[in-house]
Design a protein around this ligand. Structure first.
Ligand SMILES: NC(=O)c1ccc[n+]([C@@H]2O[C@H](COP(=O)([O-])OP(=O)(O)OC[C@H]3O[C@@H](n4cnc5c(N)ncnc54)[C@H](O)[C@@H]3O)[C@@H](O)[C@H]2O)c1
Length: 350
């Protein structure tokens, strides 16, 4: 039987959850609640039940899951109240504005014995899955360095996202997704974090980030979010021991260059203004294979399929709270490094 969800916060992302529930094979939409009357009316106009308050949702025994899709500053209150009322909870990212707040939320879930998870939906992004599949296949060897970037050119949106008290800023908006993906790609302890934050279009919050992570084995990662890039850099670039991979943008296939042999008999130099270079000349097809991999298939609704199975004890929860907490730790270090201009060293890694 389908689980009934109620969506709290019927804005852009709340609308996404509601629409998905309407077409879902595992969840149904019980209704929504939004503090803005116009959003309540928009739901009614769409034939969706608008509850008068969060309390009304919590008192409704037919609701199995509360989905929290409000601005970031009110996640904590809604999540804890819902768990205490005996509801399972799906919370939008970033789940909380501090690790302490998140720990309180986890404690409430533990006490209630209810499922609590976070909508890290970019784990289903095809570009991320393509890079992950190359790492897992081992076809170009061990990872050395991964660079993950999203670039826009319109600054930060002018809604609550550009205001600090609501949990605005690009680290919390896009950084959270990219860091979550990176920690899935390199499942190792982090030993060093250095981050620069940008304030090109506003001083209120960060409108971009450039994060460098060093892992226990020496693997490195760059995570970059830009909102003032009029030419975009590739979405993913990865160096491995026996090859490299590149994804130009969301729609493109992953290009792979796989080394067939290290030693070359002859190198054709390239001409530069200052003279010729062999060191930086491209390899030829005798020692390098270049090809594209098919885009992996992905269905983001598998998030809810997992949530429902996890509630019924049939599957382990996919987005684990310990993973979410680690992403929060990285984001906290990003802010600290951004403010101090210093790299943060973790002696024992985390
Ligand atoms: N996972 C994703 O891909 C993704 C994408 C976009 C947004 N989000 C997240 O979803 C959340 C909402 O973002 P959005 O873009 O939909 O914002 P939004 O401004 O479009 O919508 C938020 C809605 O919440 C309502 N609201 C505010 N406080 C409330 C409260 N206390 N109770 C009930 N309703 C309340 C507002 O009136 C508004 O309608 C944020 O946490 C954001 O980071 C996630």
């Amino acid at each position: 039987m389908k689980k009934n969800i109620a969506v709290v916060g019927y804005g852009g992302q709340g609308g996404w959850h509601a629409n998905h529930a309407l077409k879902s094979d595992v969840i149904a939409l019980g209704g929504i609640f939004d503090i803005k009357e116009e959003r309540q009316q928009a739901a009614r106009d769409a034939g969706i039940k608008a509850y008068n308050s969060l309390d009304e949702i919590l008192a409704d025994n037919s609701i199995d899951i509360v989905v929290c899709a409000t601005p970031n500053d009110v996640h904590k209150d809604i999540v804890i109240r819902s768990l205490e009322a005996g509801k399972n909870v799906v919370c939008e990212k970033p789940v909380a504005l501090s690790i302490e707040d998140f720990d309180d939320m986890c404690e409430a879930a533990k006490k209630a014995g209810k499922l609590f998870t976070v909508h890290q939906n970019r784990r289903w992004d095809v570009d991320f899955l393509a890079i992950k599949s190359i790492i897992e296949s081992g076809e170009i060897g061990e990872t050395i360095n991964i660079e993950s970037r999203v670039h826009g050119s319109r600054g930060i949106p002018s809604d609550w996202r550009c205001l600090k008290p609501y949990g605005g800023g690009m680290v919390l908006d896009w950084g959270v997704h990219l860091i979550d993906q990176m920690l899935q790609l390199i499942p190792e302890k982090i030993v060093k974090i250095y981050c620069e934050l940008t304030n090109i279009t506003t001083n209120e919050v960060d409108d971009g980030m450039h994060l460098m992570l060093t892992f226990e084995s020496g693997k490195r990662a760059t995570v970059e979010v830009g909102t003032y890039n009029f030419i975009y850099m590739p979405r993913f670039y990865m160096q491995c021991k026996t090859g490299s991979a590149l994804i130009e943008d969301w729609q493109k296939k992953c290009k792979v260059a796989k080394m067939k042999a290290w030693n070359e008999k002859e190198v054709m130099p390239v001409q530069t203004a200052a003279g010729i270079t062999k060191t930086m000349a491209p390899r030829d097809e005798i020692t390098l294979d270049t090809y594209e991999i098919e885009r992996p298939t992905s269905d983001v609704h598998d998030f809810y399929r997992n949530v429902v199975k996890a509630i019924d004890g049939k599957e382990e929860q996919l987005i684990k709270l310990c993973e979410v907490r680690r992403v929060l730790q990285v984001m906290e270090a990003c802010f600290k490094s951004g403010e101090t201009g210093q790299a943060i060293i973790f002696e024992n890694g985390f």
